[in-house]
Design a protein around this ligand. Structure first.
Ligand code: PGA
Length: 249
């Protein structure tokens, strides 16, 4: 088995400002570079500002969504090539907030992953079950359906060029986290699913956990064999807290 370098990704969601970019970048760059690979997925409108402030830092830039279309008459959309142009390397796709609030279906998520890959953006494909789905023992069925839609569209090898994030919907922004055992169980099943298509890709792909990860619970989650890092929402708004989570990975 290969060793996978930990990856810790900040997801600012719809938070931040040009002043916050400068302050966060200044605080993060003042600390020694963490061993984990790091990325910051910010609102698209702040990426240009962050590209300036985070130049010569170990933090790669990412977006939180991407259009499934390449260019043209799609008012309000941001294309993968535009995100590349402004300096993004990563993009979160299929976050549960996009799925539940903005109608991103499995098919649209797959189309967005395809669009990202076509421009060399690395997708972070999010999957996760709701509380009702967990309570009715459907967790594995749901996350496997979500991930299979993407693998069917782009293949397991392409998926592995990015990352997968398991984020139980009931753990996002709620202060509740899956226990390390619960999360490991899902991560292990996701890796086995990918292995059925491509064992090498399954071994290489980073599977991140997300949902109320904090400096105080990160180390225990990241110590699980199939948890290769995290997707961090609320706690990533503080450069110090995000750094502490990176150090735990
Ligand atoms: P949270 O969000 O860390 O605030 O729970 C995680 C996410 O939604 O990516």
């Amino acid at each position: 088995m290969m060793t996978r370098r930990a990856l810790v990704v900040a997801n600012w969601k719809m938070n931040g400002s040009t002043a916050a970019c400068e302050a966060w970048a200044g605080a993060f760059k003042a600390l020694p570079a963490p061993e984990a690979e790091t990325a910051l997925c910010a609102p698209a409108v702040l990426l240009g500002c962050l590209a300036q402030h985070l130049s010569q830092s170990c933090v790669a830039l990412g977006a939180q969504d991407v259009s499934e279309y390449a260019s043209g008459a799609y008012t309000g959309e941001t294309s993968a090539s535009m995100l590349r142009d402004i300096g993004a390397r990563w993009v979160i796709i299929g976050h549960s907030e996009r799925r539940t609030l903005f109608g991103d279906t499995d098919a649209r998520v797959a189309a967005k992953v395809r669009a990202a890959l076509a421009c060399g953006l690395k997708p972070i494909v999010c999957v996760g079950e709701t509380l009702a789905e967990r309570e009715s023992s459907q967790t594995l069925r749901i996350v496997e359906k979500q991930l299979t839609a993407v693998i069917d569209a782009v293949g397991a090898q392409a998926l592995a060029s990015g990352a997968v994030a398991y984020e139980p919907v009931w753990a996002i922004g709620t202060g509740k986290t899956a226990t390390p055992d619960e999360a490991q169980h899902v991560h292990c099943n996701l890796r086995e699913l990918i292995a059925r298509f491509d064992p090498k890709a399954a071994d290489a792909v980073r599977i991140l956990y997300g949902g109320s990860v904090k400096p105080s619970n990160a180390a225990e989650l990241f110590s699980q064999p199939d948890i290769d890092g995290g997707l961090i929402g609320g706690a990533s708004l503080s450069a110090q807290d995000f750094y502490a989570i990176c150090q735990a990975a």
